[in-house]
Design a binder for this molecule. Structure first.
Ligand SMILES: Nc1nc2c(ncn2[C@@H]2O[C@H](COP(=O)(O)OP(=O)(O)OP(=O)(O)O)[C@@H](O)[C@H]2O)c(=O)[nH]1
Ligand SMILES: [Zn+2]
Length: 323
């Protein structure tokens, strides 16, 4: 196994040296911009300006590129390309690796779609947890209520819950895979942006993605067989261009689990957007917002400026960090 790996690296190094010569000799086309569809070690799949996927190698000095990164690349005579530069990222989504170190997995994501559903019954606490994790990335969260076909005539408690999030400024989209109109609002929300779908098991993420990307070859990607043999295939994030709108989805099993990893207490506090105007105003600088006199957060709850259920969520998420 190690021998195979060493051989592979040797080949890659040789290829890279040859590329440097070819670049110098002008055997590559003009520079153009593209976006990383997926990466497999030193090989990238890049989406060019014309939408076509091109297999690219990396210049030796380029490292740490992830799905969604914007790159400058040049086309070679054999149809493959070489990535010569990377653009700055507008945002990055990270996940801890098995050693607990945060590793970027997707770049330039515009919005995180937090999917929940009429069934399983959504818990405000879990939605808040996702929102906190999204706020920590600086990427805009959007709430997607799926399976609205299962709703009774009046939304009841669920309607009130959604209203509360709307009042905080979060967009709420109603979706269903079972109704013709169920995907329209979602498609509008996805248009022109790069999005990821996150949410607990069973809310319908796979079903929604199946509908948004109906062409299975699109979903799997026009990937050549030898690239698929790479060991990263199942875990690497992949970028999908949506056929109906000029929107882009980035998806991977790891991304879907986003939000359920460790957060620290300050991140949690900052992640409750309506707390922000009150932070730093407590009497004690190290106030933990429990029962301290002069706590500005508790006063805001009393005054009705912070919803008690959101404050209860805050407490629960903090308590989950202690254990
Ligand atoms: N009624 C109804 N059922 C739906 C809808 N969307 C998904 N489902 C069903 O909900 C179940 C779970 O859907 P999945 O797409 O597997 O959910 P998921 O979020 O991908 O779940 P994981 O793969 O476990 O993360 C399936 O039985 C779907 O058929 C919907 O809009 N309406
Ligand atoms: Zn306080």
């Amino acid at each position: 196994m190690e021998k195979v790996q060493a051989e592979r690296e040797k080949r890659a190094a040789k290829h890279s040296a040859r590329q440097t010569e070819q670049l110098a000799a002008g055997e590559y086309g003009a520079e153009q911009s593209g976006r990383v569809i997926a990466h497999f070690g030193r090989t990238l799949e890049v989406r060019g300006a014309d939408g076509a996927a091109v297999r690219c190698h990396l210049r030796a000095n380029l490292q740490g590129l992830v799905t969604g990164d914007t790159v400058i690349w040049r086309k070679g005579e054999d149809g493959s390309g070489v990535v010569v530069a990377a653009a700055e990222r507008a945002s990055v989504l990270s996940r801890p690796d098995p050693q607990g170190r945060l590793k970027p997995v997707a770049a330039n994501v515009d919005q995180i779609l937090i999917v929940f559903a009429v069934e399983p019954t959504p818990h405000a606490n879990l939605i808040d947890r996702y929102l906190v994790a999204a706020e920590a990335t600086g990427i805009a969260p959007v709430l997607v209520l799926n399976k609205v076909d299962l709703l009774a005539d009046h939304d009841g408690e669920l309607g009130q819950l959604l209203e509360r999030y709307r009042a905080l400024g979060y967009p709420v989209v109603r979706a269903s895979t079972e109704q013709p109109a169920g995907l329209d609002a979602l498609n509008r929300q996805l248009a022109g942006r790069t999005s990821v779908l996150v949410g607990q098991s069973g809310v319908g993420k796979s079903s929604l993605i199946d509908r948004l990307l109906p062409d299975e070859t699109l979903r799997i990607g026009a990937l050549s067989e030898d690239m698929r043999k790479g060991t990263h295939t199942t875990t690497t994030a992949r970028l999908y261009a949506m056929p109906d709108a000029d929107g882009v989805l980035i998806d991977s099993p790891g991304i879907r689990e986003f939000g359920l990893t460790h957060l620290d207490a300050d991140t949690v506090t900052d992640g409750f957007v309506e707390f922000r105007p009150h932070l730093g105003l407590c009497r004690f600088r190290d106030c933990r917002h429990r029962a301290e006199p002069g706590c500005a957060l508790l006063a805001a709850v009393e005054a009705g400026n912070i919803h008690p259920q959101r404050f209860a969520s805050y407490r629960r998420i903090l308590a989950s960090l202690d254990t």
